[in-house]
Design a protein around this ligand. Structure first.
Ligand SMILES: *[C@@H]1O[C@H](CO)[C@@H](O)[C@H](O)[C@H]1NC(C)=O
Ligand SMILES: *[C@@H]1O[C@H](CO)[C@@H](O)[C@H](O)[C@H]1NC(C)=O
Ligand SMILES: *[C@@H]1O[C@H](CO)[C@@H](O)[C@H](O)[C@H]1NC(C)=O
Ligand SMILES: *[C@@H]1O[C@H](CO)[C@@H](O)[C@H](O)[C@H]1NC(C)=O
Ligand SMILES: *[C@@H]1O[C@H](CO)[C@@H](O)[C@H](O)[C@H]1NC(C)=O
Ligand SMILES: *[C@@H]1O[C@H](CO)[C@@H](O)[C@H](O)[C@H]1NC(C)=O
Ligand SMILES: *[C@@H]1O[C@H](CO)[C@@H](O)[C@H](O)[C@H]1NC(C)=O
Ligand SMILES: *[C@@H]1O[C@H](CO)[C@@H](O)[C@H](O)[C@H]1NC(C)=O
Ligand SMILES: *[C@@H]1O[C@H](CO)[C@@H](O)[C@H](O)[C@H]1NC(C)=O
Ligand SMILES: *[C@@H]1O[C@H](CO)[C@@H](O)[C@H](O)[C@H]1NC(C)=O
Length: 628
């Protein structure tokens, strides 16, 4: 009898002890002993969790303001239940138009619980996609504040509005945590000095008739109408479409006003179950060759595609948001992973497609996920700007063809070791003209999307490396159809590299130890200009670096230690804001904020990212990723 077991046996033994590595990273529940699990460092754990981003913009001085509490609900055993609902009506004391509206989503929870996904809808149109933090026995709380000024058209809607919140939770003897959620809105009116400066909706450049028309100011203000592109049966199971596979395309039939002169689709998306960690999934061949039972396959490329009447209209690689139970839950105490509390949304400029849509007839807007597996929660809002002076526009889409996704795959497998490389690229250019009372404008959308992905297993599958680099450049140019002169342009460059290295070792008694290093960042740069109105540049760079280990049995973290550093940097013409946070074992070691302002007047500093004036065009609303 040889002393060493043959390799095959070794693998089988290994699979019994450590999880199938194709199943890693995974989601775990936080240690019962509280956030400060290990290291014996004696940091006192934070009870207030946070997501350091740009603070919600300050309302202009002297503006009237109102707070409207809408819903309070305890989400206990809500799995499979309809969303919680409450009646909504805009505040009588703060009538529209608003200079700023903030949605506040506050949560408190104690006990043991997994992270959960949640969403807030108003009359079926989504306002917030969020995921929850995992609690400690002592309890944690946090508050998400989101600027929803661009959703004014929904919030203005007369009485009869219904706000819905979905949060599917499971409570039993082990997982005891009940999520207490409250939702409110803060409305800030438009003070007269802004209203006088053409701030109120509809004030445009209609009466000016220069040789080359310019874009009206209303173009850069919140849309006049927002139509949900979401599940019709939402009041029973949530308004998100539940996309199950790559051929599963979900759609909504919409009829839009014939006076629409601009259209932008705002897409919400979150992957779950077998695709929660899509960026680290191996291809099916690796799973088959090793007789693994995991459903986490289809390799590591995903792209969300939008179509209008079966015409490809735009796409994006979703930013890989890590939920708070993901990879190593100790990383996310008390600072949540990038975007986990306010998932990025993606704007797809549909103005070139108005030629298909403005005939007063029903049309189909569809959403699908390239290579997606169950399940993706996806829906969208169609933002529409209407011509105040005419009941119909005329429009046409230029020549159209579906852009090719060029994808190369290099897979090498040797039993549990393997290297899986993917390179993906898609480039497209659409154009269409719209003639409204403002003039005849041609909108061109040009986009290039590039992604490279590497998933590598070594040391007989015990080590795993993940490297994702996704990049999307988008240019939206508006020209006078007659003179071809450029009247407006927005360029957006989004990049999000992710690097992850994990080593798994067998522990005692059915446990294992996982050591992980992670670097994750999001960078979005936007340049926007409109003739005679403004010129603006914004830059966002947000990065997290985390190092740590954890001792795990099944899905429970028994011990561990983790350090996370986050550097958030935002700048625009009005100033810069930086925040750097250092955490160790659930405690904040340092939290430094540096802020400088270029001292512009209030009206200018409330422009674009900070206020409402440029929301329409600067879709990269500070933290949002524009796929325009
Ligand atoms: C957790 O691990 C640390 C470091 O190895 C050790 O000192 C501590 O005793 C462990 N705690 C528990 C509860 O096992
Ligand atoms: C959640 O709400 C319930 C009912 O109001 C309350 O008993 C409980 O203490 C709350 N939990 C937390 C963590 O605040
Ligand atoms: C849910 O929506 C459908 C379709 O709009 C409607 O017929 C039904 O009455 C609603 N149910 C509830 C409980 O609101
Ligand atoms: C994809 O999902 C849809 C919806 O669940 C289902 O009807 C269809 O059979 C699935 N297709 C494949 C190839 O699995
Ligand atoms: C997978 O299962 C098949 C059939 O039982 C067997 O022949 C093969 O050796 C197994 N492969 C591995 C890597 O265990
Ligand atoms: C796996 O990771 C461990 C710890 O970082 C390292 O010592 C070892 O060399 C790695 N093995 C391979 C094959 O890369
Ligand atoms: C608008 O401009 C386009 C492009 O120059 C032209 O083809 C179209 O006829 C114009 N539309 C109207 C209604 O003038
Ligand atoms: C091993 O785990 C079992 C069940 O989880 C527990 O009862 C037992 O005490 C553990 N043994 C050791 C040596 O930790
Ligand atoms: C992870 O980071 C630690 C500390 O910076 C370093 O010592 C270790 O080598 C890194 N591990 C890997 C696998 O890169
Ligand atoms: C915050 O500032 C202090 C003092 O300058 C410094 O020691 C610390 O490293 C800074 N923290 C971060 C996360 O940059």
């Amino acid at each position: 009898m040889p002393l060493r077991a043959p390799p095959l046996l070794l693998h089988l033994v290994l699979l019994l002890l450590v999880p199938a590595l194709a199943d890693v990273p995974d989601r775990y529940s936080s240690p019962r002993t509280g956030a400060s699990a290990g290291g014996g460092l004696g940091n006192s754990p934070a009870r207030e969790y946070l997501d350091p981003t740009y603070p919600a913009p300050r309302p202009p001085p002297l503006a009237p303001s109102c707070v409207v509490p809408v819903l309070s609900y305890s989400f206990a055993n809500t799995y499979g239940a309809p969303p919680a609902t409450a009646a909504y009506a805009p505040p009588a004391g703060c009538p529209a138009p608003w200079s700023l509206v903030v949605l506040s989503f506050s949560v408190a929870i104690a006990g043991d619980q997994y992270d959960r996904v949640a969403a807030v809808w108003l009359d079926g149109a989504e306002l917030l996609r969020t995921t929850t933090a995992e609690p400690t026995p002592d309890g944690v709380r946090w508050r998400v504040r989101k600027d929803v000024t661009r959703h004014s058209a929904l919030l203005r809607s007369p009485t009869g509005g219904v706000l819905s919140v979905m949060l599917e939770n499971l409570v039993n003897d082990q997982y005891t945590g009940v999520y207490n959620v409250s939702v409110s809105f803060e409305f800030h009116g438009a003070p007269s000095y802004l209203a006088d400066a053409g701030f109120s909706a509809g004030a445009g450049a209609v009466d000016r008739k220069p040789a080359t028309p310019t874009l009206p100011e209303s173009y850069f203000q919140p849309a006049d109408l927002i139509l949900p592109v979401s599940e019709a049966t939402g009041n029973s199971s949530g308004f998100w479409f539940r996309i199950q596979n790559s051929s599963d395309s979900r759609s909504k039939i919409v009829t839009i006003p014939s006076s629409t002169y601009r259209a932008v689709l705002e897409v919400f998306v979150s992957p779950h179950s077998n695709d929660e960690f899509w960026y680290s999934n191996p291809p099916d061949i690796y799973i088959r060759e090793n007789n693994l039972t995991t459903g986490r396959g289809n390799a590591a490329y995903r792209e969300v595609v939008v179509s209008v009447d079966r015409h490809f209209a735009g796409s994006f690689v979703p930013f890989p948001v890590i939920y708070t139970g993901g990879i190593n839950p100790l990383f996310w105490q008390p600072v949540a992973a990038l975007g986990a509390f306010d998932l990025p949304t993606y704007d797809v400029e549909l103005t070139p497609f108005l030629g298909l849509l403005v005939d007063g007839k029903p049309h189909e807007i569809a959403l699908s996920v390239v290579d997606g597996i169950a399940e993706w929660l996806v829906d969208a809002n169609l933002h529409l700007w209407l011509d105040p002076a005419s009941s119909s526009v005329s429009a046409a889409l230029g020549s159209h063809s579906t852009p090719r996704l060029s994808i190369t795959r290099r897979y090498i497998t040797r039993l549990l070791d393997g290297s899986f490389e993917i390179g993906a690229k898609r480039k497209y250019r659409f154009s269409g003209w719209v003639k409204s009372s403002f003039g005849n404008f041609t909108t061109e959308v040009e986009a290039e999307l590039k992604a490279t992905s590497l998933v590598e297993f070594s040391d007989q599958g015990r080590n795993k490396t993940v490297r994702l680099q996704a990049e999307q450049d988008t240019e939206v140019t508006v020209r006078s159809s007659e003179t071809r002169r450029e009247v407006g342009k927005v360029e957006t460059e989004a990049k999000f590299p992710l690097w992850l290295e994990m080593v798994t070792e067998d522990g005692e008694n059915g446990t294992y130890v996982m050591r992980t290093n992670l670097t994750h960042s999001l960078s979005v740069e936007t340049e926007a200009e409109a003739q005679g109105l403004f010129e603006r540049e914004t830059k966002l760079a947000d990065e997290q670096v985390a190092v740590g280990w954890m001792l795990v049995r099944d899905h429970s973290v028994l011990n561990g230690s983790a350090a996370t550093t986050q550097a958030y940097r935002y700048s625009d013409d009005a100033g810069r804001y930086e925040r750097a946070i250092d955490t160790l074992d659930g405690a904040v070691l340092s939290d430094n904020v540096t802020e400088s302002s270029r001292g512009l007047d209030v009206a200018a500093s409330s422009a674009c990212c900070r206020g409402r004036r440029c929301h329409g065009i600067v879709a990269a609303k500070c933290s949002d990723i524009a796929a325009m």
